[in-house]
Design a protein around this ligand. Structure first.
Ligand SMILES: N[C@@H](CCC(=O)N[C@@H](CS)C(=O)NCC(=O)O)C(=O)O
Length: 245
């Protein structure tokens, strides 16, 4: 069945926070893919990731089926659109794209998380952004427990064990790798826009458009070519990470 006969897709994403229309780059990339493919969809704002099958957002409802994880959702959309996301990519492009996705999702993203949750001066923004809707007497307790859990996660992941200066240098090397990838082409793989540009540009929007900026935003500003790239991809697709003024 093609998407023409498909009921409208519901995309569950977080509400705007930190100056971002969608605080999750994983949700934003799916919105970009849906818009790019021209698949009709509705955005459902959801505060609580526990509504998702694995306690995370995004997930989609597609013909009564629930699919989570941005990569699994991409694969589903690719199938619905007869190869609209991956069909034209070579094996090399698929391999390089997969490697860059792992770089941003499993490394750069965790530095973004660290810059929001571990920095005592920035954490009040997390408190206001994520916990303001809880009853006042629960707010402090829940945010303290959530922060403790995040510290543990970052410790297990490994990046949380490095000093701040070491984390900053890891971020510079990640961003430098993206700059190198983009030095020969306007796109992450090949010579035209692909699904991997949605993943990379949405993650970059989470850095450049985060308000107020974190120490990761300051590091990202050392790489203006990446901001230019992220803006260009968002404008080519017509989906932006920034919250509407
Ligand atoms: N691998 C997942 C990652 C999704 C993810 O980490 N979502 C975060 C928000 S950016 C989340 O829902 N976190 C809630 C939690 O872990 O409790 C994907 O690609 O969709």
């Amino acid at each position: 069945m093609g998407w023409e006969e498909h009921s409208i897709i519901s995309l569950y994403t977080f509400p705007p926070t930190f100056g971002l229309r969608n605080v999750s780059p994983f949700c934003l990339r799916i919105e970009m893919a849906l818009k790019y493919l021209g698949i009709p969809f509705e955005v459902v704002l959801e505060h609580n990731p526990a509504k998702g099958p694995k306690n995370k957002l995004p997930f989609i409802k597609s013909n009564h089926e629930i699919i989570d994880d941005s990569e699994l959702i991409y694969l589903h959309l690719d199938q619905l659109s007869n190869g609209g996301l991956y069909g034209e990519l070579s094996h090399t492009e698929l391999g390089v794209g997969c490697a860059f996705t792992r770089l941003i999702d499993d490394h750069l993203y965790w530095l973004i998380v660290a810059s929001r949750w571990l920095d005592d001066t920035w954490f009040p923004n997390v408190y206001d952004g994520f916990f303001a809707s809880f009853p006042p007497i629960l707010r402090n307790l829940i945010s303290t427990l959530a922060r403790r859990q995040m510290r543990k996660t970052l410790d297990l992941q490994g990046l949380g064990r490095h000093t701040l200066d070491q984390q900053k240098d890891f971020a510079r090397r990640d961003l430098g790798a993206l700059v190198h990838a983009l030095s020969d082409s306007q796109y992450i793989v090949g010579n035209k826009m692909s699904v991997f540009d949605f993943s990379v540009s949405s993650m970059l929007s989470g850095l450049f458009d985060n308000r107020p900026g974190t120490w990761m935003t300051t590091i990202a500003e050392e790489f203006p070519e990446l901001q230019y790239y992220a803006e260009r991809i968002q404008s080519e697709v017509g989906v932006y990470g920034r919250a509407q003024p």
